[in-house]
Design a protein around this ligand. Structure first.
Ligand SMILES: [Zn+2]
Length: 483
């Protein structure tokens, strides 16, 4: 997995037409050779074959680097086109520029190429959901009703409800059952424009049940058009059988679960719920340090309900992100800025829990912390699956601009997954992941959050949603026995 720094300022910019005779190497000479090799294109050996072409986009949001002189950073192109080959973008520009490149023989359109006419529509990079708890059985609708009557989250936990009831249901569910639930949920996200989804385990809380959840994540990644980025969150809660014995459970996490997840290569990241009454900063450090030794990237549920110091710990351990941050203090923000730890903010959760308090997004941006927004989709504290809905809440409750929320759900979220070189913006050599919204401009995205405005979704150069309906061929449920 590439681990190049986001702030690598040497990325080529300037011309809107990317591709053709230009070299695809974006960075220094050491990286150029491998980049060119992997793309297979140099532009010197005849025309570039295009097998996917999106054209006439009323407004094309390409997203650019922070250091781009376009203050808004959205890299807008009016009447834009995107050409791709085998799922990878080869050129982005105005429709006129791309047409000229075809005419000049720089590109050639393959006979069986897919052409998507996005006239009058807004096109953005595929949305990236950088924080979800998608794999679970057992919704908690009754708990929602209880909460409306005034029961607190801790009241519900004390009554045996809350997260541990989801753990019981998830343990009872088979891999096939969890897989089908996951497919349905990913379908709903894809219909809302999400093409890459981070998925955490954390409702198994035993070695076998956590491995089961991560295997489901792997199978979802293979079978669903959306890319699934798996995170091991065995440290999500203390399981019932370890009540009063947190140290005993940490021992299992460190000596059994993490080595096993590493051995089976089932996760890219390890995450910890660092919170009062769950895992302390010291305990979180122990778990995450062990994960780091195995080569995992790190994430932390940090400073959500109390200012415990999770953000500082994230910086100390070079975590890729610290998530939630509703209660983060100035020190935490400064440390994160210094180490360029991404802040993954989850305003849907504050909204769903009817909290008045939201993460201090403006302070986080002012200090230069890279920002991502995500759904936190889970059965207890946020059932939102739509990133445009999260964008709307972020604008209304955290004071963010439409430009900021769109960046935070694309390139910002890609960065929070260490994938900023592969997805999150529309430029040559990145994945041809795009969303076509039936709106005239990007301002409509957070503004009209109550309806699904997605008209089409393209995943790696293939149309997977058309006219608001799924078009990919889903395998028959239960027919695969590869787990
Ligand atoms: Zn979470």
């Amino acid at each position: 997995m590439e681990k190049r720094s986001f702030s690598d300022g040497s990325r080529s910019g300037g011309s809107k037409l990317i591709g053709g005779s230009r070299s695809f190497g974006r960075s220094g000479p050491t990286e150029e050779s491998s980049s060119t090799e992997s793309s297979g294109f140099t532009g010197k050996s005849g025309p570039i074959e295009v097998d996917f072409l999106l054209k006439n986009a009323g407004s094309l949001v390409t997203i650019k680097d922070e250091d781009d002189d376009d203050a808004k950073g959205l890299g807008l192109i009016t009447d834009g086109s995107v050409a791709a080959h085998e799922g990878v973008i080869v050129a982005v520009g105005t429709t006129a520029e791309i047409e000229k490149a075809f005419k000049d023989g720089v590109f050639v359109l393959r006979n069986d190429a897919t052409v998507f006419d996005a006239s009058g529509c807004l096109v953005t990079p595929g949305l990236v959901d950088a924080h979800t708890h998608l794999i679970f059985a057992g919704w908690r609708a009754e708990e929602f009703a209880l909460r409306l009557k005034g029961a607190s989250y801790l009241d519900i936990l004390a009554r045996g409800g809350g997260i541990l009831s989801t753990v019981r249901a998830t343990r009872r569910a088979s891999e096939d059952e969890l897989f089908l639930l996951g497919m349905d949920r990913l379908d709903q996200m894809l219909l809302c424009g999400t093409t890459t989804v981070e998925v955490k385990s954390g409702y198994g809380l035993s070695t076998e049940d956590e491995i089961k959840s991560l295997r489901v994540a792997a199978r979802l990644g293979r079978e669903h058009p959306a890319d699934v980025i798996p995170t091991f969150l065995g440290a999500h809660a203390i399981p019932e059988e370890y009540a009063g014995n947190v140290e005993g459970y940490i021992e299992v996490l460190v000596s059994e679960m993490i080595p096993r997840v590493a051995e089976e290569r089932l996760a890219k990241f390890v995450d910890v719920f660092c919170e009062e009454g769950v895992f302390s900063v010291d305990q979180s450090r122990r778990i995450l340090s062990s994960a780091k030794d195995y080569g995992f990237g790190l994430k932390i549920h940090a400073d959500e309900l109390s200012p415990l110091g999770g953000a500082v710990l994230a910086a100390e351990l070079d975590a890729v992100s610290a998530d939630h941050l509703v209660m983060v203090d100035e020190r935490g923000i400064r440390y994160m800025a210094e180490k360029k730890v991404s802040a993954v903010l989850l305003p849907g959760t504050s909204f769903f829990l009817a909290m008045d308090r939201y993460a201090p997004a403006r302070r986080i941006i002012e200090e230069g912390v890279p920002l991502a927004l995500a759904t936190d989709f889970n059965p207890g504290t946020c059932t939102i699956q739509s990133l445009p809905l999260v964008m709307g809440i972020a604008c209304l409750r955290m004071g963010l601009s439409p430009e900021e929320v769109i960046k935070a759900c694309t390139l910002g979220a890609a960065r929070a997954l260490g994938m900023e070189e592969e997805i999150g913006s529309l430029e040559a050599k990145k994945a041809a992941d795009m969303v076509v919204f039936d709106v005239p401009s990007f301002h409509h995205l957070p503004y009209r959050f109550g309806a699904n405005l997605v008209k089409g979704v393209i995943k790696r150069g293939k149309i997977v949603v058309k006219d608001g309906c799924l078009t990919y061929a889903r395998s028959q449920p239960g027919t695969r026995s590869d787990m």
